[in-house]
Design a protein around this ligand. Sequence first.
Ligand SMILES: Nc1ncnc2c1ncn2[C@@H]1O[C@H](COP(=O)(O)OP(=O)(O)OP(=O)(O)O)[C@@H](O)[C@H]1O
Ligand SMILES: [Mg+2]
Length: 275
Amino acid sequence: MLQTDNPVQDLPAGHGHSVASSNSSANAVSVRNVSKNYGTVEALKDLSLEFPKGQLTSLLGPSGCGKTTLLKIIAGLLEPTSGEIEVDGRSVDGPGPDRAFVFQDFALLPWASVLRNVSFGLELRGVAKSEREDIAAKYIADVGLAGFEKSYPHELSGGMRQRVGLARALSVDSDVLLMDEPFSAVDEQTRRKFQEDLLSLVANENKTFIFVTHSIEEAVYVSDQIAILLPRPSRVSDIIRPSGLREKDSRSIRRDPEYLDIVDEIWESLRSYVE
Ligand SMILES: Nc1ncnc2c1ncn2[C@@H]1O[C@H](COP(=O)(O)OP(=O)(O)OP(=O)(O)O)[C@@H](O)[C@H]1O
Ligand SMILES: [Mg+2]
C-alpha cells in the first residue's frame, strides 16, 4: 500500500538527539536539521531525513533544490552551515570509507584504464595491487564491462563511463552508496537495464543506497522510500514508500496499479513547481 507521512512530524521537536539515536540500528544515515548556505543562496533549510539500512532511498525534487548538495554533505565533502549527519550512529566530520560517491559527471581519471579507475578507491586505501585488481575485475564484470578493462574513459560511451563509476563505488565495499543521477547519460533501454540491475544490487548487496533522480517513474520503480524535496531552500515535503512494489517481479512493476497510482500522485504533488 501507498503510505505517505510527514517526516518533519516523525522527528521529535528540537534536535531530539537521544530519541533519534535510539533508532540508529535501523537507520544507516540520519540527516538532522541540516541547513546549507552558499553565500546568500540558501540551498537547504532545516532538512531532516532518515535513511533505513539496506534500503534504497530516492531524492526527487526540482533542479537546483539541493540534492547534490545534500549528497556531498552526507559524503563529508561539504560542511553544512548548521545541523548534523550521523552514519551508523557516528557523527560525520569528513569523507570516510563507509561512504562511496557515484558522481553525476563520472569523475573518472582520464589518463587511467578502466581497471585502474575501478581499483582506484582500493589503491587509496593501500590494498595490494593484485588483490585490488582481482576485486575490480569482479565488479567490472558485474556491471557488464568485461573485456573493457584496458580501455580509457575517452574510449567509452557515456553509459559505459557511468558503469565504471558504479563499479568503482561497489568495489570499495562501503556500507552507503551515494548515487547522483547515475543513469542520466544513458538511453532509455540501457536505463531500464540499469534499473533492473540496481534492484538486484539492493536485494543482494546489503548496502544503503541514496539515489538522486529526476525521473518519477525511475524513483517509484527502484525505491523503498522516496523523499520529495521542495524547491530551494529545500526541505522534505513528503515521504512515499512504494512497499507493495518491492515484493513484485521487476518485470511486472510498471504494469502494477500501485505503481501507476504512486507515479500519478507524485506528479500531482510536483506539478505546481513546474507550472
Ligand atoms: N559551489 C557552489 N557555490 C555556490 N552555489 C552553489 C554551489 N553549489 C550549488 N550551489 C547552489 O545551490 C543550489 C543547489 O544546488 P545543487 O547542485 O545541490 O542542486 P541539485 O538539486 O543537485 O540540482 P540538479 O537537479 O540540477 O542537479 C543551487 O541554487 C546552486 O546554484
Ligand atoms: Mg545535482
